[in-house]
Design a protein around this ligand. Structure first.
Ligand SMILES: [Zn+2]
Ligand SMILES: [Zn+2]
Length: 274
């Protein structure tokens, strides 16, 4: 555990970039060889849009990283946050509890609020507008959403009182988990079911991308599935019934056009059809 802590305390940016690029490359190869759905789309053009949004997310997080570093250091210096208020414990247990709480506050709660607050949904909608979910969809976030998520991550770090190595570890796991749950692949149904008791499985997150309510407003989990199960937001839908996208924005000229995607948050908000 100490080695993991040492590594993530000072993980080089180049390693973080390699993990992100390596993950996309790995899942790209797998989903090209054995795709779950045979989309009729231009994979490279689609990837171009999603990788643009991945790059803006990286730039925003890079520019704001100092706030996260300062927040994590402040909690450690002042013994602030849930982890610091708990009794001393084994390092593994400390890491697991910390990762679970970061996942709850910085990801699950953030995601749920993005669905419930109309102003935030305007930005998160861009992630949902993708009708061809593949591994590149994982980081399709409007720059405005990247900022919103950063704010929630910072709140999470302060509330949890997590040291920086834990934040870097969480973010690294999150990148790979997101690429995995969005990849255009399927696991044997029993295996997917089994995974979904503790981690977000590919089927579980795909239900979140079904184009109509109430499925869009379910399965908010990022890495761990337990929050959806505890808070009653877990839903299943037969794989054969899945249609990706969001009912208000199903036209390719809208969801497959970078300029339009960037401007969606500033357009008139549309109501769901049902
Ligand atoms: Zn969502
Ligand atoms: Zn998603």
């Amino acid at each position: 555990m100490q080695e993991i802590i040492n590594y993530f305390s000072s993980i080089p940016s180049s390693h973080r970039a390699s993990i992100l690029a390596g993950g996309i490359a790995l899942f790209w190869v797998i989903e090209s060889a054995i795709p779950f759905i045979k989309f009729k789309y231009n994979k490279w053009q689609h990837a171009g849009i999603n990788i643009f949004f991945t790059l803006t997310t990286i730039i925003i997080n890079f520019c704001l990283a100092f706030i996260l570093l300062k927040s994590a250091q402040w909690t450690v210096d002042n013994q602030f946050g849930i982890l610091n208020w708990l009794p001393k414990m084994n390092l593994w247990l400390f890491a697991i509890i910390g990762l679970l709480l970061l996942d709850l506050i910085g990801a699950y709660l953030a995601h749920l609020v993005e669905h419930k607050v109309k102003f935030l949904w305007r930005f998160h909608l861009i992630h949902h507008s993708d009708t061809w979910i593949d591994t590149t969809s994982g980081n399709r976030h409007h720059p405005g959403e990247s900022v919103i998520r950063f704010v929630f991550t910072t709140i999470g770090v302060l509330a949890v009182g997590s040291p920086m190595w834990m934040v870097f570890l969480y973010q690294t796991l999150s990148v790979v988990a997101t690429q995995f749950t969005h990849a255009n692949i399927i696991l044997p149904k029993k295996l997917d079911n089994f995974i979904s008791y503790f981690l977000v499985s590919p089927d579980m997150h795909k239900v979140h991308h079904h184009y109509v309510l109430p499925y869009t407003d379910s399965n908010y989990g990022n890495i761990f599935s337990i929050w959806d199960r505890i808070f009653g937001t877990f839903k299943t839908l037969d794989r054969s019934k899945l249609i990706y996208g969001v009912d208000t924005h199903m036209k390719p000229e809208e969801h497959n056009n970078l300029k339009n995607l960037l401007s969606i948050p500033f357009q008139k908000l549309r109501s769901p059809e049902n």
